[in-house]
Ligand binder design. Sequence first.
Ligand code: CA2
Length: 146
Amino acid sequence: MKVLVINGPNLNMLGIREPGVYGNGSYNDLVDLIRRAAEEEGGDADFFQSNHEGALVDAIQQAYGVYDGIILNPGAYTHTSIAILDALKAVSLPAVEVHISDVSKREPFRQISYAGMACEHRIAGQGIQGYRQAVLYLKEKYATRL
Ligand code: CA2
């Protein structure tokens, strides 16, 4: 199982500011954690992070035919980007939406998720461990595919 892990704007800043919301782990910690989880499950993970909406759309498109699933934290684009939603629909890969914070308990503008409309599963409020859960979800899905 090959998964592409896509992180959106500012997630490269993890561990540097706002530890009360996003924890102490850095982006590199997140990469290590997911890589280890994927390997434990006999899989493989690649990573992409960008602060640019179009670059995230490009990464989703390029996943088509290469990866078995996508783990996606679109950052603030979660709540605004129909382009990311359309790209996810276009590639139609199993996708899991991850949020480090519990967005359901935050500001009203964080209550809408466009990307989530094309994801089959959502994990929020588990810190960076949520990405590990996403790997396990996709592994299970992959193992039981027809
Ligand atoms: O909880 C999440 O994972 C979010 O996707 C994070 C986004 C936010 O806009 C979403 O509503 C929820 C923001 C990521 C910002 O990351 C930072 C990391 C360190 C310091 C400041 C921001």
